[in-house]
Write a protein that binds this ligand. Structure first.
Ligand code: ADP
Ligand code: MG
Length: 623
């Protein structure tokens, strides 16, 4: 009578004369046990000294018990289970192999990005084009690019013009027009024109190399949920060890004959089934696929932590200038405080703004140039972040910036109040200008909303997120723009330090905040937010402070990021389920003596493969 279903199979292996077979099997099993199985001993046994155990411990112990028992039996002379020991190691290694192959596919993105880099470039020397390997390029080289070719490295267009497909960097499929002075990036695809560019960055410095580095770092980082999984495993493994010992004793004392055989095989089966191998794969594989998928869409996620946190976000704070709007304001109105000072107003403003990197400053200087104004020399220039600028021009103290800045300095703006109200009601930003403490007038600037802003805001709201607009701009202007974009909550006239405060306040209310910005003035708020997202066209400071860089520069990428995070977390949770499912379902079966150790090894291998395949499924899912 056989109580245990697998016993038949095991008996079946005791072919022929036991005097010969066991020794042959022993000889065959030994290299499998100690050579193929060596990695399990190496990583599984030393940890026992620290009173802990990992999945390798279980494999090593399980197979060793089967092997050792068989060795003893061979010498004594009854049935042996070398095949069990060898099959355990064999099947788990097979699972590993399948898993490694699937895992290789999870990081395809990086390989694809690296593969984009052309090998050669056509350098123009003495009017002649010569083909050189890309690694021989140096900064300053002039390189010619023809239609249909990949641009070999980063640089600046010297002559000619073209449309370039930068989708591999930005995720944006519309080609970008390139004219002299504009930057081009290595690995992007030249579509239509012929042009020459001067090399500015090579090798590890290029935008592509930096993207690859960022993605690699993110893929190697650990998500917080993984710590949870590890904690569960650290309780799970010893607990199952306890069950194994209990089942062993039970079968030894109460089992049918041969009791020791039943007891040992049950012990082996439990040790194998308890091994949460797939657990170690559940989080990293999904993170690798998630970050890789982001990179393909121009979304560079810095860390696994950011990708995880993003799925809990319930409030999205959007900077106005450069995030919701193009960030390229143009001068639309010049309103002098008294007749005749119009030219002087623009000239002085542009002279002082010349020292500022602010988009408003650039627009004012451009307008002055367009009108042929000759700028004055400026001394004691000072930028007041989020407020304006000041400096001496023509020996006079010029102060310009937000109406609030001038008002705070006690400069009366009564003569301008009507004009300021009108500008604001048109959604224009007023920059007020004072000379020696007297208001000269105001310059109105308009900054168009990005084409996708309105729709993206609506979609964020549909996803159940609260959208807040944050800006240093004038309150009325901000209100007007927010209304046109469908945003209810506006925080205006915020200084850079206030921006952090706004984020902090939302967090104090229990909100999980994503902050999206582009400027230096957004950097502290990007750091403070639970997830900081920087526009790729913004300042480097903003990008360094952010958890995520949006190369595509549109609010739509924020949606993609949040969706991607939700999908990745869902996959991780499914993975954790599958990783534990087999173990938990099969432990009682194993303890009851109904599980062949070989089938236990098969189930384990299967659960690892299931988990990796589930992560890979993320690749295909749309975001
Ligand atoms: P945002 O939050 O919209 O990115 P900032 O914080 O950079 O804007 O600036 C807030 C306000 O401060 C601007 O709307 C403008 O009124 C004033 N300001 C800041 N820098 C300058 C500058 N260089 N020239 C004129 N005004 C400025
Ligand atoms: Mg900004």
């Amino acid at each position: 009578m056989h109580v245990l279903p697998w016993f038949d199979y095991l008996n079946g292996l005791n072919l022929g004369s036991w005097q010969v077979w066991p020794w042959v099997l022993w000889a065959l099993a030994t290299p499998v046990q100690f050579w193929a199985g060596w990695p399990f001993y190496k990583s599984g046994i030393p940890v026992l000294r620290h009173g802990t155990a990992n999945m390798h411990t279980l494999v090593a112990l399980g197979s060793t018990v089967a092997y050792g028992y068989s060795a003893v039996i061979t010498i004594i002379g009854t049935g042996v289970y070398f095949d069990t020991a060898a099959l355990i190691i064999g099947l788990i290694l097979l699972g590993r192999f399948l898993e490694a192959r699937a895992r290789g596919r999870t990081s395809e993105t990086i390989r694809r990005l690296i593969g984009l880099q052309p090998n050669t470039a056509r350098v123009v020397r003495d009017g002649q084009e010569i083909e050189v390997p890309v690694q021989d390029l140096v900064a300053g080289d002039v390189v010619a690019v023809r239609p249909g070719e990949r641009i070999p490295t980063d640089g600046e267009v010297l002559e000619g013009s073209s449309a370039v497909d930068e989708s591999m960097l930005t995720g944006e499929s519309m080609p970008v027009d390139k004219t002299p002075g504009l930057p081009v990036y290595g690995a992007t695809l030249n579509r239509t024109g012929f042009f020459q560019f001067r090399v500015t960055r090579i090798g590890q410095e290029t935008a592509l190399a930096q993207i690859i580095r960022l993605v690699e770092e993110a893929q190697g980082s650990r998500a917080p949920i993984q710590r949870l999984a590890d904690r569960v495993a650290s309780v799970f493994v010893p607990a199952v060890g306890g069950v194994a010992v209990a089942a062993f004793l039970f079968w030894l004392l109460l089992g049918p004959d041969p009791a020791l055989t039943y007891a040992l095989l049950t012990l082996v089966a439990i040790l194998i089934i308890a091994c949460p191998c797939a657990l170690g794969l559940a989080t990293p594989t999904a993170i690798i696929v998630g970050t890789g998928k982001g990179a393909e869409r121009g979304i560079l996620i810095r860390s696994a932590q950011a990708l995880e946190t993003a799925h809990r976000v319930d409030t999205v704070v959007l900077d106005k200038t450069g995030t919701l709007t193009e960030g390229r304001p143009v001068v639309t109105d010049i309103v002098p405080a008294e007749a005749g000072v119009e030219r002087e107003l623009l000239r002085l403003a542009a002279s002082v703004e010349y020292g500022s990197e602010h988009p408003l400053a650039t627009a004012i200087v451009e307008e002055a140039n367009r009108r042929g104004a000759s700028l004055a020399d400026v001394s004691d220039f000072e930028a007041l972040p989020g407020q304006g600028v000041t400096g001496y021009a023509d020996g006079k103290l010029v102060l310009l910036g937000s109406p609030a800045l001038l008002a705070a300095q006690g400069i009366p703006l009564d003569s301008l109040s009507e004009a300021l109200a009108k500008l604001a009601s048109e959604g224009k930003t007023p920059v007020t200008v004072a000379r020696d403490g007297v208001a000269l007038g105001s310059i109105g600037l308009a900054d168009a909303a990005k084409p996708d802003s309105r729709e993206s805001v609506a979609r964020l709201q549909e996803m159940g997120l609260e959208v807040v607009m944050l800006t240093g701009d004038n309150r009325q202007t901000a209100r007007h723009i927010a209304d046109s974009l469908g945003i209810a909550r506006v925080e205006a006239e915020t200084l850079p330090s206030d921006k952090v405060e706004v984020v902090r306040r939302l967090q104090a209310d229990g909100k999980v905040v994503a902050m999206v910005g582009d400027g230096i003035n957004d950097a502290p708020a990007l750091v403070q937010a639970d997830v900081g997202l920087a526009m790729g066209a913004g300042t480097d400071v903003a990008m360094e402070s952010a958890d995520v860089t949006l190369m595509g520069n549109d609010v739509g990428s924020v949606i993609t990021t949040l969706r991607l995070s939700r999908q990745t977390m869902r996959a991780i949770k499914q993975n954790l389920f599958w990783a534990f499912f087999y173990n938990i379902m099969l432990i009682p079966v194993a303890a009851g003596g109904f599980l062949n150790p070989v089938l236990a090894a098969l189930a384990m291998a299967f659960s690892s493969v299931t988990v990796v395949s589930n992560s890979l499924r993320l690749r295909g899912a749309g975001v």
